[in-house]
Design a protein around this ligand. Structure first.
Ligand SMILES: Nc1ncnc2c1ncn2[C@@H]1O[C@H](COP(=O)(O)OP(=O)(O)OP(=O)(O)O)[C@@H](O)[C@H]1O
Ligand SMILES: [Mg+2]
Length: 257
């Protein structure tokens, strides 16, 4: 099983869009995937129209209840598509950022919950992280072996990436374990000079770590969450569907720039 956090403290870079569509791309290739919403904004449930799909679904419970109230993680895992399960955020997830007691164990709550759950039959757990570097992000890092960092094609985005890599480095030296980073360009304009420059810089800084497929700017990717559909349901022949299918293969085969 591969546990991958989709993480970048910068907001609006395509973390949630990548989580939903990469997860569905993998599920469509017959991998068993669990999507975990670690963002109190709860966008994964909306993007997948969770509230219309499962009558047992209770918006209030989710990973928040697991981390704060010791709810069993498998009890808040819902089947949302073939081969695809969702663990929603739940109402109180943001309270995790304010946990005072527990010292260093506060950062390991998610790891423990995943270890106690039954995920042996899953090939991938993808964690959609909030745009922040607080305790939720630390929990995501402790729980993951790999991270996937979506990057948009502008220079400020690269500043954000170097901040994130510093955080990752100090985390790794503190915990004495390595986390493999992957990068993917999102909202990419293939003909734009800026985006191409950013791609060049990124592959220069992180050789062998930038996944081969850049996700193009695609209107359908922005429209599909409002319909509660993934790109494969909303616009299966769009660039977005093509790109996320390829990105899933990149991740499986380690295909990079
Ligand atoms: N490739 C794309 N083409 C067009 N629009 C996109 C693309 N990727 C993301 N978007 C749009 O950009 C906005 C931000 O994307 P998204 O919500 O996935 O980012 P995020 O990193 O999860 O944001 P947050 O940090 O708030 O959680 C959304 O409106 C989304 O629909
Ligand atoms: Mg998001």
């Amino acid at each position: 099983m591969r546990i991958i956090a989709i993480i970048n403290q910068k907001g609006g870079v395509g973390k949630t869009t990548t989580s939903v569509n990469l997860a569905h791309a993998l599920a469509r290739s017959n991998y068993h995937v669990t999507l975990l919403d670690l963002d109190p904004q709860g966008h994964l449930s909306t993007s997948l129209a969770m509230d219309n799909r499962d009558e047992n679904f209770n918006m209030a419970t989710g990973i928040g209840s697991v981390l704060l109230e010791n709810e069993a993680i498998n009890k808040v895992s819902y089947k949302v598509r073939d081969n695809l399960h969702l663990i929603p955020a739940g109402d109180h997830l943001n309270d995790v950022e304010h946990i005072q007691q527990g010292g260093a164990t506060r950062g390991r709550l998610l790891k423990q919950a995943l270890q106690q759950g039954e995920f042996d039959d899953q090939d991938f757990v993808l964690i959609d992280c909030p745009p922040a570097s607080g305790l939720l992000a630390v929990n995501a890092l402790f729980a993951s072996d790999e991270i996937l960092v979506p990057v948009v094609g502008d220079y400020l985005a690269l500043c954000g990436v170097s901040q994130l890599m510093q955080t990752l480095k100090s985390f790794e030296s503190m915990t004495r374990r390595k986390i493999a980073p992957w990068f993917t360009l999102t909202r990419f304009h293939p003909r734009g000079r800026l985006a191409r420059d950013v791609l060049k810089k990124l592959t220069g800084y992180f050789p062998g770590r930038v996944l081969a497929t850049a996700i193009r700017e695609t209107v359908a990717l922005a429209e599909s969450p409002a319909q509660g559909k993934t790109i494969f349901e909303y616009s299966p022949h769009s660039h977005g569907a093509e790109d996320y299918t390829m990105l899933a293969e990149d991740l499986i085969h380690g295909r990079v720039w």
